[in-house]
Every structure is written in structure tokens, then in C-alpha cells.
Design a protein around this ligand. Structure first.
Ligand code: GTP
Ligand code: MG
Length: 211
């Protein structure tokens, strides 16, 4: 996939105010500071598209980015949305906003008709965290399809990243029968970019063939 254009569109405080659901959409979510905005920048190829910050809790709204891509030079343009969601689990954010499955996120994830896939970001430097597992249980209960992206892989040795990935999947097997797709990423090193974009490309194709 070649990204031809990526632009910030709008930040919405609730589902009702999101842009019309007229194209396939992909949402990125995970703990505060896990690297959502950095990953969106890596995918778009634009360093400053989404705001990156050392201060957790930066992203508080549903942020839409409009994307245009082609499969080959000169090929037809495909339009889709990338969405940066607020991180969960940040202690300094008010209690009501902090719940893993806050009202805004729940309404968006369960009600957004054009949402094709949720990318759940997991920090590859850590052993399995309860809050991430809880979030995934909620996704499963709502039958929302997702892919796991392990982030910041440049910060640890590959063996450590693999060990953390395996441990996380092992935890998932305690409450679900099948394992989700996983991709190891690093926004710093552009790792996993082609894999994520290929996946989005395949889902875009399926979406536009069905309409
Ligand atoms: P919130 O919006 O606050 O929830 O955070 P976020 O998940 O959007 O994280 P963000 O992209 O702002 O990154 C948080 C911090 O991690 C920043 O200091 C980034 O530079 C750093 N970071 C993100 N991705 C990577 C990565 O792949 N490698 C390294 N080394 N650092 C990263
Ligand atoms: Mg962010």
C-alpha cells in the first residue's frame, strides 16, 4: 500500500459527532503512553500528524484522520479513516474517564458501523497487564474484531519481546479459544508498518467489494 495523503479531520467528544461513516475505519487503542499516536505517525509516514507526548493522557477525544492510498503508483485512490482513541488506565485522568470501557469508547466501539478492525496496542516491554486483558475481554463480549500490535519493540531485545508476546497470548487462552493476529511494531524503527498496511489494504478491498 502507498499512502498518498493523510490529514487530520476532526476530534469528537462522542460517537454522534463523528464524521459520516462513509468509508472503512480502523481504530487504535491501548494504555495511555503505549505509543498509539506514534504508530499512527509511522503508518502515515508523517512525523507530526498525531500529537506524541511524554505526558500520558494526551489524547482525550476520538480523533479522525482521513487517509488516501493506492496499491500501485497511478492506481485508483482508496479512502479510509484512521482513528486515534484516548488511552485507558491513566491514573491522573478523572475516575469517570479512566474506566477501561468508558462511555465514549464503548459507544464508539459498539456503535460505529464502518469500523472494520480495532488495533489494540500492547507495550512489548511489559509482562501481561490486567488492564489490557480486561479491555480485550470487553471487546470479546461485544464481538468486536481486533488485532494486537506489540509496540516499542526497539526498546527490548527480540527474545524479550517474544517472551512477553507469548506470555500475553497464554493469558488470552484462559478466556478465549482462538488467538488473535499479532504484529510486532516499532514506530522508532518503522517495524511492522508493511504488515499493518497490508492488513488494512485487504480489509479495505473487502469493504469496497461489498458496497
Ligand atoms: P496517549 O495519547 O497519552 O495515550 O499516548 P500514546 O499511546 O498516543 O503514546 P505516544 O505515541 O504519545 O508515545 C508515548 C511515548 O512513547 C513518547 O515519548 C514516544 O516517543 C514513545 N514511543 C512511542 N512509540 C515508540 C517506539 O516505537 N519506540 C520508542 N523507543 N519509543 C516510542
Ligand atoms: Mg496519543
Amino acid at each position: 500500500m502507498l499512502i498518498r495523503k493523510s490529514n487530520y479531520k476532526i476530534s469528537s467528544p462522542e460517537l454522534r459527532l463523528c464524521p459520516p461513516p462513509d468509508r472503512p475505519e480502523y481504530a487504535f487503542i491501548g494504555r495511555s503512553n503505549v505509543g498509539k499516536s506514534s504508530l499512527i505517525n509511522m503508518l502515515s509516514g508523517r512525523k507530526h500528524l498525531a500529537k506524541v507526548s511524554g505526558t500520558p493522557g494526551k489524547t482525550q477525544l476520538i480523533n479522525h484522520y482521513e487517509m488516501e492510498s493506492t496499491e500501485r503508483a497511478g492506481g485508483p485512490l482508496t479512502r479510509w479513516y484512521l482513528v486515534d482513541l484516548p488511552g485507558y488506565g491513566y491514573a491522573k485522568v478523572a475516575q469517570q474517564k479512566r474506566t477501561v470501557w468508558g462511555t465514549m469508547i464503548r459507544d464508539y466501539l459498539t456503535g460505529r458501523q464502518n469500523l472494520q478492525q480495532v488495533f489494540v496496542l500492547i507495550d512489548s516491554r511489559h509482562t501481561p497487564q490486567k488492564i489490557d486483558l480486561e479491555f480485550i475481554q470487553n471487546l470479546d463480549q461485544a464481538a468486536i474484531p481486533f488485532t494486537l500490535l506489540f509496540t516499542k519493540a526497539d526498546k527490548e531485545k527480540p527474545a524479550v519481546v517474544q517472551r512477553h508476546e507469548a506470555a500475553f497470548l497464554q493469558e488470552l487462552l484462559t478466556f478465549r479459544q482462538f488467538l488473535p493476529r499479532t504484529i510486532i511494531t516499532s514506530a522508532e524503527k518503522n517495524m511492522g508498518r508493511d504488515e499493518v498496511l497490508d492488513l488494512i489494504s485487504a480489509m479495505n478491498k473487502a469493504y469496497y467489494e461489498a458496497v
